[in-house]
Design a protein around this ligand. Structure first.
Ligand SMILES: [Zn+2]
Length: 395
């Protein structure tokens, strides 16, 4: 080939050669997270000298739902999507979300790690290096909090880190010793707890010993009662719930914590545990941008009656589906609240049975069900979108 055919490539090479291979340019918003990464690396005997060897972390306007992108250039250049970075600023777990993103990209850029999409026994991702090609249609959400954060950082620096205790399907906590304090049998209107009524937007009734809540609008309903039991105490909460949804991805389930009277925004600090008829479970807190993890659970009965149960001991919540222990995760809210209830999907109908709140009892571990005859102070809140749809992915 003639030299002229090479000429354009020559120009390109010249342009690249003008770039400083040791350039160090990290936008101030990312400096704190980079410091943490270097601290964690140093703890494990890995020392970087990035100010001399070079690194670029900069804002970008990334396409296709990408929130971070690592370019294997010299030096390594990481782009962080500015829209996402700003969007999570109002989320209660903003610090964890931002750290997780920066650490993932640094995993590519500085630790040379690729994507790994292994799933732990409890359904969580094995690594914060998950990404790329989807597995079992599972979203990329990582429950990067509490005990999990420590594990995920260990795993980031050492891929052979053993599977953590929290991911075991063996229940390691003693969840016995709770006895019923509030019990709604829904046998008849006197044991309904909630008002039996018909409004423009919903109706409630008792049918065959269950409470039926029928939504007439394209909104999600939070329906809750004031039980007088503080979620900051150790408790267990049982509820049977059935919802036959036309769209199997619609979520229904239980809520607990505190629902502010006035706000209807996505920042209400209520904890939730929801399931869907495509057999996924989701858990989280509405003050966080989105759910913590999406877990495929065969224990969910499709379009059937599902017995959901949470047991809170200390900071930890243990989740059960139809008597099977499925997951544990720390509760987000630090506020007192005595609200317990359920979530109805858009235009959905749910049937409820055996709403039971229990607390630790000094006497025996035998559940003493007390039938509740008095109506609770209750509330109904319409939510446009329960939690934002989440389709983001890493690179
Ligand atoms: Zn990636």
């Amino acid at each position: 080939m003639k030299l002229s055919q090479y000429f354009p490539f020559f120009i390109v090479l010249l342009l690249f050669s003008c770039k400083d291979p040791n350039e160090y340019r990290v936008a101030s918003d990312f400096a704190e997270y980079l410091n943490r990464f270097e601290t964690e690396a140093a703890k494990r005997g890995k020392n970087f000298d990035l100010e001399n060897t070079g690194l670029i972390i900069e804002y970008a306007d990334l396409k296709n739902d990408y929130i971070g992108l690592t370019h294997y250039e010299t030096p390594i250049r990481i782009e962080i999507d500015k829209t996402y970075w700003n969007e999570v600023s109002t989320s209660a777990d903003v610090d964890e979300l931002r750290e997780c993103l920066i650490f993932h990209e640094l995993g590519h850029g500085l630790l040379n790690r690729g994507h790994i999409n292994t799933i732990l026994e409890n359904g969580d991702w094995k690594s914060i290096m998950s990404g790329g090609t989807k597995v079992e249609n599972k979203t990329w959400n990582i429950n990067y909090r509490g005990v999990r954060r420590d594990y995920y950082i260990d795993e980031l620096f050492d891929e052979s880190t053993p599977e953590p205790e929290f991911s075991s399907k063996t229940l390691l906590a003693d969840t016995t010793g709770f006895s019923g304090k509030v019990y709604l049998s829904f046998d008849d209107e006197a044991h309904a707890g909630w008002n039996i009524e018909t409004t423009d937007n919903y109706s409630t009734s008792i049918q065959n010993g269950r409470l039926k809540f029928e939504s007439k609008v394209d909104k999600t309903f939070l329906v809750f009662g004031n039980t007088g039991i503080d979620v900051q105490s150790d408790f267990s909460f049982d509820l049977h719930i059935e919802s036959q949804t036309t769209d199997p991805s619609l979520r229904y389930g239980i809520i607990f914590g505190y629902v502010p009277k006035d706000s209807t925004g996505a920042t209400d600090p209520i904890e939730y545990f929801t399931i869907s008829n495509d057999q996924f479970m989701y858990m989280g807190n509405r003050s966080c941008r989105t759910y913590f993890s999406q877990l495929y659970k065969e224990s969910i009965i499709i379009n059937g009656d599902n017995w959901l149960k949470v047991v809170k001991i200390g900071d930890m919540i243990y989740y059960f589906i139809n008597g099977v222990y499925e997951y544990c995760s720390e509760m987000v809210t630090k506020e007192s609240g005595s609200t317990f209830g359920f979530l109805v999907p858009e235009n959905g109908t749910v049937f409820l049975n055996d709403f039971i709140i229990s607390q630790k009892s000094a006497s025996s571990g035998v559940m003493s069900k007390v039938k509740q005859n008095t109506k609770m102070e209750f509330g109904v809140k319409e939510i446009n979108q329960f939690i934002p749809k989440n389709t983001y992915k890493y690179y």
